[in-house]
Design a protein around this ligand. Structure first.
Ligand code: SF4
Length: 422
Protein backbone atom coordinates (compact mmCIF):
# COMPACT_ATOMS: atom_id res chain seq x y z
CA UNK A 1 0.00 0.00 0.00
CA UNK A 2 2.60 2.46 1.14
CA UNK A 3 5.00 2.41 -1.84
CA UNK A 4 8.58 2.88 -0.60
CA UNK A 5 9.93 6.32 -1.32
CA UNK A 6 13.60 6.83 -0.39
CA UNK A 7 14.36 9.79 1.85
CA UNK A 8 15.77 12.64 -0.18
CA UNK A 9 17.83 14.41 2.44
CA UNK A 10 20.58 16.64 1.07
CA UNK A 11 23.73 14.59 0.59
CA UNK A 12 27.23 15.96 0.80
CA UNK A 13 28.58 16.30 -2.73
CA UNK A 14 31.23 13.70 -3.38
CA UNK A 15 33.15 12.58 -6.44
CA UNK A 16 31.69 9.30 -7.73
CA UNK A 17 34.06 6.33 -7.87
CA UNK A 18 33.41 3.25 -9.99
CA UNK A 19 34.37 0.09 -8.09
CA UNK A 20 33.95 -2.78 -10.55
CA UNK A 21 30.25 -2.71 -11.43
CA UNK A 22 29.29 -0.62 -8.39
CA UNK A 23 29.26 3.17 -8.18
CA UNK A 24 30.24 4.71 -4.84
CA UNK A 25 29.52 8.38 -4.14
CA UNK A 26 28.08 11.05 -6.40
CA UNK A 27 24.37 10.40 -6.79
CA UNK A 28 24.64 6.67 -6.14
CA UNK A 29 22.75 5.26 -3.17
CA UNK A 30 24.82 4.47 -0.08
CA UNK A 31 26.53 1.15 -0.80
CA UNK A 32 26.66 -1.73 1.70
CA UNK A 33 29.95 -3.54 2.02
CA UNK A 34 31.44 -6.22 4.24
CA UNK A 35 34.65 -8.10 4.88
CA UNK A 36 35.49 -11.79 5.09
CA UNK A 37 37.26 -13.36 8.07
CA UNK A 38 38.54 -16.42 6.26
CA UNK A 39 42.16 -17.03 5.34
CA UNK A 40 42.19 -15.81 1.75
CA UNK A 41 44.74 -18.52 0.88
CA UNK A 42 41.92 -20.97 1.66
CA UNK A 43 40.04 -20.38 -1.57
CA UNK A 44 37.19 -22.81 -0.73
CA UNK A 45 36.34 -21.07 2.54
CA UNK A 46 36.75 -17.60 1.05
CA UNK A 47 34.57 -18.32 -2.00
CA UNK A 48 31.87 -19.72 0.30
CA UNK A 49 31.95 -16.71 2.60
CA UNK A 50 32.08 -14.09 -0.15
CA UNK A 51 29.12 -15.82 -1.82
CA UNK A 52 27.19 -15.85 1.47
CA UNK A 53 27.92 -12.14 2.08
CA UNK A 54 26.94 -11.23 -1.48
CA UNK A 55 23.74 -13.27 -1.27
CA UNK A 56 22.90 -11.52 1.99
CA UNK A 57 23.12 -8.25 0.02
CA UNK A 58 26.72 -7.07 0.35
CA UNK A 59 27.44 -5.00 -2.76
CA UNK A 60 31.21 -5.01 -2.28
CA UNK A 61 33.28 -7.56 -0.34
CA UNK A 62 36.75 -6.98 1.04
CA UNK A 63 39.24 -9.78 1.52
CA UNK A 64 42.60 -9.79 3.31
CA UNK A 65 45.64 -10.06 1.05
CA UNK A 66 48.44 -10.55 3.54
CA UNK A 67 50.97 -12.88 1.90
CA UNK A 68 51.95 -14.58 -1.34
CA UNK A 69 49.58 -17.52 -0.83
CA UNK A 70 46.62 -15.14 -0.38
CA UNK A 71 47.56 -13.03 -3.40
CA UNK A 72 47.97 -16.19 -5.50
CA UNK A 73 44.49 -17.37 -4.45
CA UNK A 74 42.71 -14.12 -5.43
CA UNK A 75 42.37 -14.79 -9.18
CA UNK A 76 41.12 -18.32 -8.49
CA UNK A 77 38.59 -16.94 -6.01
CA UNK A 78 37.40 -14.40 -8.62
CA UNK A 79 37.04 -17.10 -11.31
CA UNK A 80 35.13 -19.45 -9.05
CA UNK A 81 32.78 -16.70 -7.91
CA UNK A 82 32.11 -15.74 -11.52
CA UNK A 83 31.39 -19.37 -12.36
CA UNK A 84 28.69 -19.60 -9.68
CA UNK A 85 27.19 -16.28 -10.75
CA UNK A 86 28.48 -14.18 -7.84
CA UNK A 87 29.88 -11.09 -9.53
CA UNK A 88 30.32 -8.93 -6.42
CA UNK A 89 33.45 -6.75 -6.75
CA UNK A 90 36.33 -7.85 -4.52
CA UNK A 91 38.46 -5.37 -2.63
CA UNK A 92 41.95 -6.32 -1.49
CA UNK A 93 43.00 -5.25 2.00
CA UNK A 94 46.74 -4.63 2.05
CA UNK A 95 49.09 -3.86 4.92
CA UNK A 96 52.88 -3.46 5.01
CA UNK A 97 53.72 -5.42 1.84
CA UNK A 98 50.88 -4.46 -0.49
CA UNK A 99 53.31 -2.90 -2.99
CA UNK A 100 55.25 -6.17 -3.23
CA UNK A 101 52.24 -8.48 -3.37
CA UNK A 102 50.58 -6.43 -6.12
CA UNK A 103 53.82 -6.27 -8.12
CA UNK A 104 54.57 -9.99 -7.73
CA UNK A 105 51.01 -11.13 -8.46
CA UNK A 106 49.69 -9.25 -11.48
CA UNK A 107 46.69 -11.58 -11.78
CA UNK A 108 45.70 -10.58 -8.25
CA UNK A 109 46.11 -6.89 -9.10
CA UNK A 110 43.86 -7.42 -12.10
CA UNK A 111 41.20 -9.54 -10.34
CA UNK A 112 40.61 -7.03 -7.55
CA UNK A 113 38.21 -4.12 -8.13
CA UNK A 114 39.82 -1.83 -5.56
CA UNK A 115 42.86 -1.75 -3.27
CA UNK A 116 42.65 -0.64 0.32
CA UNK A 117 45.78 1.06 1.59
CA UNK A 118 46.36 2.02 5.21
CA UNK A 119 48.75 5.01 5.22
CA UNK A 120 49.74 4.17 8.81
CA UNK A 121 51.38 0.89 7.85
CA UNK A 122 52.39 1.15 4.25
CA UNK A 123 55.99 1.38 5.39
CA UNK A 124 58.21 3.58 7.53
CA UNK A 125 60.30 6.69 6.94
CA UNK A 126 61.76 6.88 3.39
CA UNK A 127 60.28 3.52 2.44
CA UNK A 128 56.77 4.73 3.17
CA UNK A 129 56.67 7.17 0.28
CA UNK A 130 58.26 4.73 -2.14
CA UNK A 131 55.93 1.88 -1.22
CA UNK A 132 52.86 4.11 -1.26
CA UNK A 133 53.75 5.41 -4.72
CA UNK A 134 54.35 1.85 -5.95
CA UNK A 135 50.80 0.88 -4.97
CA UNK A 136 49.39 4.00 -6.60
CA UNK A 137 51.38 3.26 -9.79
CA UNK A 138 50.01 -0.28 -9.91
CA UNK A 139 46.46 0.96 -9.29
CA UNK A 140 46.85 3.33 -12.24
CA UNK A 141 48.36 0.65 -14.43
CA UNK A 142 45.33 -1.61 -13.83
CA UNK A 143 42.89 1.31 -13.73
CA UNK A 144 41.72 0.47 -10.20
CA UNK A 145 40.47 2.83 -7.51
CA UNK A 146 41.95 2.82 -4.01
CA UNK A 147 40.58 3.40 -0.57
CA UNK A 148 42.94 5.32 1.63
CA UNK A 149 41.79 3.87 4.92
CA UNK A 150 43.16 5.53 8.04
CA UNK A 151 42.60 3.66 11.27
CA UNK A 152 43.31 5.19 14.65
CA UNK A 153 44.87 1.92 15.87
CA UNK A 154 47.54 2.13 13.16
CA UNK A 155 47.78 5.89 12.84
CA UNK A 156 50.92 7.33 11.20
CA UNK A 157 53.03 7.85 14.34
CA UNK A 158 55.40 10.36 12.73
CA UNK A 159 52.50 12.60 11.81
CA UNK A 160 50.88 12.23 15.21
CA UNK A 161 54.16 13.05 16.99
CA UNK A 162 54.69 16.11 14.79
CA UNK A 163 51.19 17.44 15.50
CA UNK A 164 51.54 16.70 19.23
CA UNK A 165 54.86 18.60 19.33
CA UNK A 166 53.36 21.56 17.46
CA UNK A 167 50.40 21.55 19.82
CA UNK A 168 52.64 21.47 22.88
CA UNK A 169 54.59 24.47 21.56
CA UNK A 170 51.44 26.39 20.75
CA UNK A 171 50.38 29.26 23.07
CA UNK A 172 46.83 27.80 22.99
CA UNK A 173 47.21 24.02 23.02
CA UNK A 174 44.13 21.93 22.32
CA UNK A 175 43.18 18.62 23.98
CA UNK A 176 45.26 15.58 23.03
CA UNK A 177 42.13 13.84 21.76
CA UNK A 178 41.52 16.72 19.32
CA UNK A 179 45.11 16.45 18.11
CA UNK A 180 44.61 12.75 17.52
CA UNK A 181 41.45 13.44 15.49
CA UNK A 182 43.32 16.04 13.46
CA UNK A 183 46.15 13.55 12.83
CA UNK A 184 43.64 10.98 11.54
CA UNK A 185 42.08 13.49 9.17
CA UNK A 186 45.41 14.86 7.96
CA UNK A 187 46.78 11.37 7.41
CA UNK A 188 43.90 10.65 5.03
CA UNK A 189 43.96 14.00 3.27
CA UNK A 190 47.74 14.16 2.85
CA UNK A 191 47.81 10.62 1.46
CA UNK A 192 45.01 11.41 -0.98
CA UNK A 193 46.83 14.56 -2.07
CA UNK A 194 49.97 12.55 -2.56
CA UNK A 195 48.08 9.98 -4.65
CA UNK A 196 46.76 12.80 -6.81
CA UNK A 197 50.23 14.29 -7.18
CA UNK A 198 51.32 10.88 -8.48
CA UNK A 199 48.68 11.13 -11.19
CA UNK A 200 45.72 9.37 -9.65
CA UNK A 201 42.37 10.95 -10.55
CA UNK A 202 40.01 12.13 -7.82
CA UNK A 203 37.39 9.74 -9.07
CA UNK A 204 39.68 6.86 -8.15
CA UNK A 205 40.01 7.74 -4.47
CA UNK A 206 37.77 6.83 -1.54
CA UNK A 207 38.68 7.92 1.97
CA UNK A 208 37.94 6.48 5.38
CA UNK A 209 39.05 7.54 8.86
CA UNK A 210 37.89 4.94 11.33
CA UNK A 211 37.97 5.20 15.09
CA UNK A 212 36.28 3.07 17.72
CA UNK A 213 34.59 5.75 19.81
CA UNK A 214 31.18 6.97 18.70
CA UNK A 215 31.67 10.68 19.45
CA UNK A 216 35.15 10.71 17.90
CA UNK A 217 33.84 9.04 14.76
CA UNK A 218 31.11 11.63 14.33
CA UNK A 219 33.57 14.50 14.90
CA UNK A 220 36.23 13.06 12.58
CA UNK A 221 33.87 12.42 9.68
CA UNK A 222 32.02 15.72 10.04
CA UNK A 223 35.36 17.52 9.78
CA UNK A 224 36.73 15.30 7.01
CA UNK A 225 33.52 15.71 4.99
CA UNK A 226 33.80 19.50 5.20
CA UNK A 227 37.43 19.50 4.09
CA UNK A 228 37.23 17.43 0.90
CA UNK A 229 34.92 16.04 -1.73
CA UNK A 230 36.32 12.50 -1.89
CA UNK A 231 33.76 9.71 -1.59
CA UNK A 232 33.70 8.53 2.03
CA UNK A 233 33.60 5.03 3.43
CA UNK A 234 31.96 5.05 6.88
CA UNK A 235 32.64 2.56 9.58
CA UNK A 236 33.14 2.38 13.31
CA UNK A 237 36.17 0.21 13.80
CA UNK A 238 36.18 -2.49 16.47
CA UNK A 239 32.49 -1.87 17.10
CA UNK A 240 32.34 -5.00 19.21
CA UNK A 241 30.05 -7.98 19.73
CA UNK A 242 26.32 -8.39 19.88
CA UNK A 243 23.96 -5.54 20.64
CA UNK A 244 26.78 -3.20 21.72
CA UNK A 245 28.43 -3.36 18.30
CA UNK A 246 25.11 -2.88 16.54
CA UNK A 247 24.01 0.04 18.69
CA UNK A 248 27.38 1.82 18.50
CA UNK A 249 27.56 1.43 14.71
CA UNK A 250 23.97 2.51 14.19
CA UNK A 251 24.24 5.50 16.55
CA UNK A 252 27.42 6.86 14.96
CA UNK A 253 26.72 6.11 11.31
CA UNK A 254 23.05 7.02 11.64
CA UNK A 255 23.93 10.55 12.75
CA UNK A 256 26.45 10.98 9.92
CA UNK A 257 24.14 9.54 7.27
CA UNK A 258 21.40 11.87 8.47
CA UNK A 259 23.81 14.75 7.79
CA UNK A 260 24.33 13.45 4.26
CA UNK A 261 27.81 12.11 5.07
CA UNK A 262 28.88 8.68 3.84
CA UNK A 263 28.84 6.97 0.44
CA UNK A 264 29.46 3.39 1.51
CA UNK A 265 29.16 1.75 4.92
CA UNK A 266 30.55 -1.27 6.66
CA UNK A 267 29.35 -2.47 10.05
CA UNK A 268 32.35 -4.10 11.77
CA UNK A 269 30.73 -6.61 14.09
CA UNK A 270 32.69 -9.25 15.92
CA UNK A 271 30.74 -12.46 15.25
CA UNK A 272 29.80 -14.71 18.18
CA UNK A 273 31.78 -17.99 18.07
CA UNK A 274 30.24 -19.92 15.18
CA UNK A 275 28.09 -16.88 14.37
CA UNK A 276 27.01 -15.82 10.91
CA UNK A 277 29.34 -13.30 9.24
CA UNK A 278 26.43 -12.07 7.12
CA UNK A 279 24.94 -10.43 10.20
CA UNK A 280 27.03 -7.32 9.48
CA UNK A 281 25.36 -7.04 6.08
CA UNK A 282 21.92 -7.41 7.60
CA UNK A 283 22.64 -4.68 10.16
CA UNK A 284 23.99 -2.29 7.49
CA UNK A 285 20.93 -2.85 5.33
CA UNK A 286 18.56 -2.41 8.26
CA UNK A 287 20.28 0.82 9.24
CA UNK A 288 19.81 2.27 5.76
CA UNK A 289 16.27 0.93 5.51
CA UNK A 290 14.96 2.08 8.90
CA UNK A 291 16.33 5.55 8.12
CA UNK A 292 14.40 5.51 4.88
CA UNK A 293 17.41 5.77 2.54
CA UNK A 294 17.12 2.43 0.80
CA UNK A 295 14.83 -0.62 0.72
CA UNK A 296 16.40 -4.08 0.80
CA UNK A 297 13.86 -6.44 2.34
CA UNK A 298 10.13 -6.31 3.01
CA UNK A 299 9.33 -4.68 6.32
CA UNK A 300 7.42 -6.63 8.92
CA UNK A 301 5.84 -4.23 11.41
CA UNK A 302 4.98 -6.01 14.63
CA UNK A 303 3.67 -4.48 17.82
CA UNK A 304 5.82 -5.05 20.89
CA UNK A 305 3.07 -6.99 22.66
CA UNK A 306 1.79 -6.12 26.11
CA UNK A 307 -0.52 -7.39 28.84
CA UNK A 308 -3.31 -7.81 26.32
CA UNK A 309 -1.41 -10.57 24.53
CA UNK A 310 -0.94 -13.56 26.78
CA UNK A 311 -0.43 -15.94 23.88
CA UNK A 312 2.78 -16.07 21.88
CA UNK A 313 0.95 -16.64 18.58
CA UNK A 314 1.63 -13.18 17.25
CA UNK A 315 5.28 -13.13 18.28
CA UNK A 316 5.78 -16.49 16.62
CA UNK A 317 3.96 -15.37 13.49
CA UNK A 318 5.91 -12.11 13.21
CA UNK A 319 9.23 -13.86 13.71
CA UNK A 320 8.22 -16.71 11.37
CA UNK A 321 7.39 -14.30 8.59
CA UNK A 322 10.49 -12.18 9.17
CA UNK A 323 12.69 -15.27 9.02
CA UNK A 324 10.90 -16.65 5.99
CA UNK A 325 11.46 -13.33 4.20
CA UNK A 326 15.13 -13.23 5.19
CA UNK A 327 15.95 -16.69 3.87
CA UNK A 328 13.81 -16.25 0.75
CA UNK A 329 15.17 -12.86 -0.28
CA UNK A 330 18.16 -14.06 -2.37
CA UNK A 331 15.66 -15.90 -4.62
CA UNK A 332 12.83 -13.38 -4.32
CA UNK A 333 15.10 -10.52 -5.38
CA UNK A 334 15.38 -12.19 -8.79
CA UNK A 335 11.90 -13.72 -8.92
CA UNK A 336 9.83 -10.82 -7.58
CA UNK A 337 11.38 -7.46 -8.58
CA UNK A 338 10.26 -4.73 -6.19
CA UNK A 339 9.37 -7.15 -3.37
CA UNK A 340 11.68 -5.21 -1.03
CA UNK A 341 9.00 -2.52 -0.94
CA UNK A 342 6.44 -4.83 0.66
CA UNK A 343 5.06 -3.89 4.08
CA UNK A 344 3.55 -6.57 6.29
CA UNK A 345 1.91 -5.87 9.68
CA UNK A 346 1.45 -8.45 12.40
CA UNK A 347 -0.41 -6.92 15.33
CA UNK A 348 -1.28 -8.39 18.69
CA UNK A 349 -4.79 -7.13 19.41
CA UNK A 350 -7.67 -4.95 18.39
CA UNK A 351 -6.34 -1.73 20.02
CA UNK A 352 -3.86 -0.79 17.29
CA UNK A 353 -4.10 -3.88 15.10
CA UNK A 354 -6.70 -2.90 12.49
CA UNK A 355 -5.33 0.64 12.20
CA UNK A 356 -1.72 -0.42 11.65
CA UNK A 357 -2.74 -3.31 9.40
CA UNK A 358 -4.62 -0.96 7.11
CA UNK A 359 -1.44 1.00 6.43
CA UNK A 360 0.46 -2.12 5.40
CA UNK A 361 0.20 -3.89 2.06
CA UNK A 362 -1.03 -6.91 3.95
CA UNK A 363 -1.69 -7.02 7.68
CA UNK A 364 -3.29 -9.15 10.33
CA UNK A 365 -4.70 -8.22 13.71
CA UNK A 366 -4.52 -11.24 15.96
CA UNK A 367 -6.89 -11.74 18.88
CA UNK A 368 -5.69 -10.39 22.23
CA UNK A 369 -6.65 -11.80 25.60
CA UNK A 370 -10.41 -11.94 26.02
CA UNK A 371 -11.05 -11.05 22.38
CA UNK A 372 -13.00 -13.41 20.17
CA UNK A 373 -10.57 -15.84 18.49
CA UNK A 374 -10.70 -14.23 15.09
CA UNK A 375 -8.10 -12.31 13.09
CA UNK A 376 -9.13 -9.77 10.48
CA UNK A 377 -6.78 -9.55 7.48
CA UNK A 378 -6.34 -6.31 5.54
CA UNK A 379 -4.99 -6.07 2.01
CA UNK A 380 -4.21 -2.70 0.44
CA UNK A 381 -6.12 -0.97 3.23
CA UNK A 382 -9.29 -3.05 2.94
CA UNK A 383 -10.44 -5.79 5.24
CA UNK A 384 -10.71 -8.86 3.01
CA UNK A 385 -11.50 -11.63 5.43
CA UNK A 386 -11.26 -12.89 8.98
CA UNK A 387 -9.19 -15.93 9.80
CA UNK A 388 -10.25 -18.26 12.61
CA UNK A 389 -9.17 -21.52 14.16
CA UNK A 390 -5.86 -23.19 14.80
CA UNK A 391 -4.40 -22.52 11.34
CA UNK A 392 -4.51 -18.69 11.50
CA UNK A 393 -0.73 -18.43 11.27
CA UNK A 394 -0.35 -20.87 8.38
CA UNK A 395 -3.26 -19.31 6.48
CA UNK A 396 -1.80 -15.82 6.86
CA UNK A 397 1.66 -16.91 5.71
CA UNK A 398 0.08 -18.47 2.62
CA UNK A 399 -1.78 -15.21 1.99
CA UNK A 400 1.47 -13.20 2.21
CA UNK A 401 3.09 -15.47 -0.36
CA UNK A 402 0.00 -15.27 -2.58
CA UNK A 403 0.04 -11.48 -2.31
CA UNK A 404 3.73 -11.37 -3.33
CA UNK A 405 3.03 -13.61 -6.33
CA UNK A 406 0.13 -11.41 -7.37
CA UNK A 407 1.84 -8.07 -6.92
CA UNK A 408 5.47 -8.75 -7.82
CA UNK A 409 5.32 -12.08 -9.70
CA UNK A 410 3.04 -13.68 -12.25
CA UNK A 411 0.05 -11.52 -11.32
CA UNK A 412 -1.96 -14.63 -10.48
CA UNK A 413 -4.89 -13.48 -8.32
CA UNK A 414 -4.50 -14.19 -4.63
CA UNK A 415 -6.64 -17.12 -3.50
CA UNK A 416 -8.18 -16.57 -0.10
CA UNK A 417 -8.09 -19.53 2.27
CA UNK A 418 -11.44 -21.30 1.90
CA UNK A 419 -11.82 -22.30 5.54
CA UNK A 420 -12.71 -19.92 8.34
CA UNK A 421 -13.92 -17.03 6.24
CA UNK A 422 -16.37 -14.63 7.68
S1 SF4 B 1 -1.53 -3.70 19.47
FE1 SF4 B 1 -2.53 -4.57 21.27
S2 SF4 B 1 -1.16 -6.23 21.89
FE2 SF4 B 1 0.03 -4.94 20.53
S3 SF4 B 1 1.07 -3.55 21.98
FE3 SF4 B 1 -0.80 -2.52 21.25
S4 SF4 B 1 -2.31 -2.96 22.84
FE4 SF4 B 1 -0.65 -4.43 23.12
Amino acid sequence: MSEYVPMRLPRRRSVAVQVGSVMVGGDAPVVVQSMTNTDTADADATVAQVAALARAGSELVRITVDRDESAAAVPRIRERLDRIGVNVPLIGDFHYIGHKLLADHPACAEALAKYRINPGNVGFKAKRDTQFSQIIDIAQKYDKPVRIGVNWGSLDQELLTKLMDENAASPNPIAASAVMREAIIQSGLLSAERAESLGMARNKIILSAKVSNVQDLIAVYADLAARCDYALHLGLTEAGMGTKGIVASAASMGILLQQGIGDTIRVSLTPEPGGDRSKEVQVAQELLQVMGFRAFVPVVAACPGCGRTTSTVFQELASDIQEHIRVSMPVWREQYPGVENLNVAVMGCIVNGPGESKFADIGISLPGTGESPSAPVFIDGEKVMTLRGPSIAEDFKAMVLGYIEQKYGSGKPLELPSAAQE
